[in-house]
Design a protein around this ligand. Structure first.
Ligand code: MN
Length: 440
């Protein structure tokens, strides 16, 4: 794991004024990456780093500064239409680039004269996915979510006996992952009602899932597991991830092989990836409550116990079409914390995913699973907030929601804060629901 260094110093300030405001997600201590261009420009997408409400191109920094060799190599690798080449380079290169970016963007940096005219306001940018995602796996590590959902089906026995031993997951679909901001079309699928034959129709129980997305750095060779002790060397960074779900398609199709069309129509990944190094001040112990089984040895290490968890505040916001028309702001549906929600750590997920010999590759995505807190108002899905749609929630303007309606915009946000560190955030991951295709 990363030690704190000069890039985390809470006293650092940037010559980009908006980066110094207390409530920005992107102070100079953060420096997350995205793939962007000026909206509607037809320019090539390229790598950028968020600083306040601006973006600085990684290539522009490399051109402006005479960078140390390893930082220059990392900047060259980053300067393409995806972050995969940078992700493949590993921690020494990432750290060297982060240090170079931090120094170039600090107050008093001579690079300001060259970089300031190159800044692109985030308000004028559009984004592509940060990585060419080769493979995507989705876990189920939110124990309060698993318990709440299990209760809807098995009130007496919500958690299956494997849950506390094996990080539950499945292999998902990569082709339909979109970057935050992209609209999401309501899916069509087989839905089983009270009649014997299912009908093909649009989902009426469209939901979101508040997840974190882990982006993989260097991979492992086929057949060679990643031990938990070095698992975080393979973690490039973390984004927000909404694994949209059709709760009425899922129950009919999921046995015996698991979710399929209920999950594969779209998932949204935030444009900004916060690096593992930026998150170093916000680590927390991984603890099992008394009476819970301790993890098997391959899922256990001293460092993981000491600070394997991430202390990340999570929020889901909803703005309906009626709210937008009336110029009313979005409403917060839930607030929670990843550390309280997650039963396993990222290092455990990487160690488990590879223990059988499966190879991960740079740019692979691991979804955490829905991260719901212990209390009902911390739930990361409408399935939980509305009790399966049976108790619709009432919004401040009087509208109700059991599940998402067309025109709804769902936005995930996250941030980290603690004494002695600068608050950093993840930006947002949002998607607006558009009507289903008509079914003949
Ligand atoms: Mn999911």
């Amino acid at each position: 794991m990363y030690a704190l260094n000069e890039t985390h110093d809470p006293a650092l300030r940037s010559w980009v004024g908006s980066a110094n405001s207390d409530d920005t997600d992107f102070p100079i201590q953060n420096l997350p990456f995205a793939i962007f261009r000026r909206r509607g420009s037809g320019e090539a997408f390229r790598a950028g780093v968020a600083i306040g409400d601006q973006i600085v191109g990684v290539g522009d920094v490399a051109a402006a500064e005479s960078l140390a060799l390893d930082a220059a190599a990392a900047a060259r690798a980053a300067d393409g239409e995806s972050l995969n080449a940078l992700m493949a380079m590993g921690r020494p290169a990432w750290s060297a680039l982060r240090l170079a970016l931090s120094r170039a963007l600090r107050q008093g940096s001579p690079a300001r004269a060259v970089l300031e005219p190159c800044l692109v306001p985030q308000a004028d940018a559009e984004y592509a996915l940060p990585a060419r995602i080769g493979d995507y796996s989705d876990f189920y590590i939110g124990i309060h979510h698993a318990t709440a959902v299990g209760k809807l089906f098995r009130p007496d026995n919500p958690l299956l006996p494997n849950y506390k031993w094996v990080p539950i997951g499945y292999h998902g679909r990569t082709s339909s992952i979109v970057v935050g901001g992209h609209p999401v079309r309501r899916p069509v699928g087989q839905i089983k009602g009270s009649t014997e034959a299912p009908v093909l129709g649009p989902s009426r129980k469209l939901d979101y899932e508040l997840e974190l997305g882990l982006l993989i750095g260097p991979g492992n060779a086929l057949g060679e597991p990643i031990p938990i002790e070095t698992a975080e060397d393979h973690l490039f960074g973390i984004g927000l991830f909404n694994d949209w779900s059709a709760r009425d398609i899922q129950p009919w199709e999921y046995q015996p092989l698991g979710p399929f069309l209920a999950k594969n129509f779209s998932s949204s990944l935030s444009p900004w990836v916060v690096t593992a190094e930026a998150l170093a001040p916000f680590r927390a112990p991984f603890v099992r409550a008394a009476g819970e089984p301790e993890p098997l040895a391959y899922l256990d290490s001293a460092e993981n116990r000491d600070r394997g968890a991430f202390d990340i505040q999570l929020e889901a916001w909803l703005r309906t079409e009626a709210m937008r028309t009336a110029d009313r702001p979005a409403v917060c549906l839930s607030r929670g914390n990843a550390r309280d929600a997650a039963f396993w750590t990222p290092a455990q997920l990487i160690a488990h995913h590879t223990v059988g010999g499966c190879n991960l590759r740079p740019g692979d995505l691991l979804g955490s699973g829905t991260l719901s807190g212990r209390r009902p108002e911390e739930a990361g899905s409408l399935l939980e907030l509305s009790q399966g749609g049976t108790r619709p929630i009432t919004l401040p303007n009087g509208e109700t929601r059991g599940f998402l309606e067309d025109g709804d915009t769902l936005t995930l946000r996250a941030w980290c804060q603690r004494e002695g560190a600068r608050r950093i955030g993840f930006g947002e991951c949002s998607g607006t629901i558009i009507a289903a295709r008509s079914v003949a």
